[in-house]
Design a protein around this ligand. Structure first.
Ligand SMILES: *[C@@H]1O[C@H](CO)[C@@H](O)[C@H](O)[C@H]1NC(C)=O
Length: 313
């Protein structure tokens, strides 16, 4: 039993809340199933405090019987429209990574309205630095870290990497360089907010309208919250790399939340600013916003395999 009774009660509460957020968590069974998986998972250490942020924590999934052989590491940042989501409900992805001989790091970042997008970027940045400095203790190879994220998580890792590469201001300080990563894998992220109706992201979410409106306003009106816009401020061929030699952009034809051109516009900017970065795009015509990640959450064999394929691109 890895989690306290209090946390368990908290899950149940969250679970009840999520039951109303039909669009973001279309499969409530998957959520409950991941909590149960977490309780019985032996190869995990939960809620590790991340220095440098008051709100960042991480769960590390690793083979406790073998921390000597260094394995590649996957950081997976969950989605949930910046308002919802918790690392616990993706525990099956952590377990999958251990089965596939990886170390999995699932960070938790502050959510809106408790934190702003800058605070989320700070949490993600510190989680990456923590992973680089500490993952060897868990049998992870710090020179083989793959950074991945889904939906809002993909948006946040891209924003963190680009703001860091451009040494932009975040909160009150200029961002520092990221540790060297192997690659970044982006799953179905929204990368720009002014060219489509982002309120779509919040359709059917039974949350206070005021919160949604404030978040939408923040996303549309702030200068440094869109990864695509951040790159637009940089000159052609001005960035040798973003702290990783390779970026994989995965997007889908049946995405009900994010239009295809969100990914293609981002890729255009990456190519222009950093032609030396290896950019791989993967497009699945018949898949939607949740197909792969939800598949991996529900332990679907085919989607587990596809998830790992994308990670290994
Ligand atoms: C990209 O690679 C080319 C060829 O090696 C090099 O001349 C150029 O300076 C590189 N661009 C950046 C921004 O590092």
């Amino acid at each position: 039993m890895k989690i306290s009774f209090i946390s368990f009660i908290f899950f149940i509460l969250l679970f009840t809340l999520h039951a109303n957020a039909g669009f973001i968590i279309p499969n409530i069974v998957a959520y409950k199933d991941n909590l149960i998986n977490l309780i019985f998972e032996k190869n995990v250490e939960t809620d590790i405090k991340i220095p440098g942020s008051s709100s960042a924590k991480a769960d590390v999934y690793y083979d406790k019987k073998d921390t000597k052989t260094l394995k590649p590491v996957v950081i997976f940042v969950h989605g949930g429209a910046w308002i919802f989501g918790s690392k616990y409900e993706y525990s099956r992805i952590g377990s999958l990574l251990v089965e596939e001989d990886y170390v999995g790091v699932l960070p938790e970042y502050v959510l809106f309205p408790r934190g702003t997008i800058d605070d989320m970027v700070n949490d993600i940045y510190n989680s990456i630095v923590w992973t680089y400095n500490n993952i060897q203790k868990y049998g992870g190879n710090k020179d083989k870290i793959i950074l991945s994220g889904h939906s809002a998580g993909a948006h946040l890792i891209a924003l963190t990497a680009f703001k860091s590469a451009l040494r932009m201001k975040n909160q009150n300080d200029y961002m520092m360089e990221l540790p060297k990563l192997e690659k970044m894998v982006l799953f179905n992220g929204p990368y720009d907010f002014d060219d489509y109706d982002i309120s779509k992201l919040f359709v059917d979410m039974d949350i206070e309208r005021g919160i949604t409106e404030r978040l939408v306003t923040l996303l549309v009106n702030s200068e440094d919250v869109s990864p695509t816009d951040v790159l637009k401020t940089a000159k052609d061929n001005s960035i040798s790399d973003f702290g990783m030699p390779e970026i994989v952009v995965y997007y889908t034809g049946k995405d009900q939340l994010v239009p295809e051109f969100s990914a293609s516009n981002l890729m255009k900017q990456i190519r222009r600013v950093s032609p030396n970065t290896t950019l791989k795009s993967v497009y699945k015509d018949s898949y939607d916003h949740f197909t792969v990640v939800m598949g991996a959450q529900t332990n679907n064999k085919e989607q587990n395999q596809f998830f790992m394929e994308l990670i290994n691109m």
